[in-house]
Structures are given as structure tokens and as C-alpha cells.
Design a protein around this ligand. Structure first.
Ligand SMILES: [Zn+2]
Length: 98
């Protein structure tokens, strides 16, 4: 099964809908993931790792692991709260080294 097919199947298992509706929803989800800079291949959905240990806007230390954001407008890695003002943002994953 491809990532798209897994998402489709999950939608159909969770809510009662036609194959067609599930396909439309799954395609929309994949498009959103790609906007957030997920790399999707046939078998995997990968997310890039954030290299900085704290928010470059408010200074809060990230909890490992934490989903954070890259803001292309200023090149900063920020926490989800600080990312809310950014329309253009990409999801990143922070995990402490070692
Ligand atoms: Zn912040």
C-alpha cells in the first residue's frame, strides 16, 4: 500500500463514506503535508529535523521530541505558538542529539 492508500483506508475505517470521498480527502491531506514540507514517496512520509534546541523567536527550549516550524520568511525555527503568525511555514521535528 502507498502512503495515500493507507490514509484513504484510515479515513474509510474511521468515517462511513464512499471510496470516492475517501480518495478526495486523502489527496487533500497529502497536498497539505507536502505544503508543510513533508517528503512523500510511495512508502514513506518523512519530516526534516530541526537543528536548533530552542525557539528562535521566544527562546523557549524545545521538549524532545517536539514538532516545531521553519519560517522561510526569516529562516528561523520557531515553536508552534510563535509559528501561528506565519502563513508560510514548514513542519520540522526536534529531537535532542545523543
Ligand atoms: Zn516561540
Amino acid at each position: 500500500m502507498t502512503v495515500l492508500e493507507i490514509i484513504e483506508r484510515t479515513i474509510m475505517n474511521e468515517i462511513i463514506c464512499s471510496t470516492r470521498v475517501a480518495k478526495i480527502m486523502a489527496t487533500a491531506i497529502v497536498e497539505e503535508l507536502e505544503k508543510e514540507d513533508f517528503e512523500l514517496t510511495k512508502d514513506t512520509a518523512t519530516i526534516r529535523r530541526a537543528a536548533v534546541p530552542c525557539c528562535q523567536n521566544c527562546g523557549r527550549d524545545f521538549i524532545s521530541p517536539e514538532l516545531v516550524y521553519f519560517a522561510p520568511i526569516d529562516g528561523n525555527i520557531v515553536c508552534s505558538e510563535c509559528a501561528q503568525i506565519h502563513q508560510d511555514r514548514q513542519l520540522r521535528f526536534y529531537v535532542r542529539e545523543g
